[in-house]
Design a protein around this ligand. Structure first.
Ligand SMILES: [Mg+2]
Length: 240
């Protein structure tokens, strides 16, 4: 297992500093291992966290719920994966904004990348209508953490983008450990890679996880849960 493909909030940003440091040394500071963030945050938000020392510098990142692949500096990674995202999204940004402007209970988020449109929702939102509106525009609607409604290019999510990127890199699924905690992680947790759901996971995610020997439900939160998964698979990670 030489690649850690991890969600950030609640996952790599969760658990103890001690566990995060151990994972950083193992994946982030080793030339033959790879630390890959797979997050709902924008690349700007991640690079800001790295700049402030809240996160180690990754090798690469999948941002914006799978709709943007970036270098550690936040620049788009040129290649088939980004080409697919760009072509699938087309010019839908403005059309999504105007179609969603009339829906109640949805508020535009302040910061997201160029190939999605993202909202917060509250209890007054009609999610079925929001999903139907996204669908009519040729997009996917995705709810996560009982808070976020993302409008994404059809078929693009954390799982499909990670799978495409790993194929492009020529990586076997068994070389990857996927880690997550909320519903927008479901697609990558169920994408056929070895995976861990950390203990602080959203109940709705736990309810929708398919039964699979590949997916460990950790007893520890955040980074401690990731360490638990690695060690249960015989990967030696040094303590700090
Ligand atoms: Mg999360």
């Amino acid at each position: 297992m030489r690649i850690l493909a991890t969600d950030l909030d609640g996952t790599f940003l969760g658990g103890s500093d001690r566990a995060r440091t151990a994972l950083t040394r193992h994946f982030g500071e080793s030339p033959d291992r790879t630390l890959l963030y797979v997050t709902g945050r924008s690349s700007r938000s991640v690079t800001e966290l790295v700049r402030r020392g809240k996160l180690p510098r990754p090798d690469a990142m999948i941002c914006d719920v799978g709709s943007y692949v970036a270098t550690a500096d936040g620049n788009p990674v040129q290649g088939e994966v980004m080409e697919h995202i760009r072509a699938t999204w087309g010019d839908r940004g403005e059309r999504v904004r105007s179609a969603f402007a009339g829906l109640t209970g949805l508020r535009l988020q302040p910061d997201f990348g160029p190939f999605r449109v993202s909202y917060y929702f509250d209890s007054t939102a009609e999610l079925a209508e929001a999903h139907a509106t996204a669908d009519a525009l040729g997009c996917d609607g995705l709810v996560s953490d009982n808070l976020y409604f993302d409008v994404l290019p059809r078929g693009v999510n954390k799982g499909t983008t990670l799978a495409r990127l790993m194929r492009e890199w020529g990586v076997a699924p068994e070389s990857v450990l996927v880690a997550g905690d909320t519903l927008n992680d479901l697609a990558m947790l169920a994408a056929g890679f070895p995976a861990v759901v950390v203990a602080n996971a959203e109940p709705a995610l736990l309810a929708q996880l398919p039964p699979s020997d590949r997916i460990l439900r950790a007893s520890a939160p955040g980074c401690d849960g990731i360490l638990e998964a690695l060690r249960s698979r015989g990967v030696e990670v040094s303590d700090v």
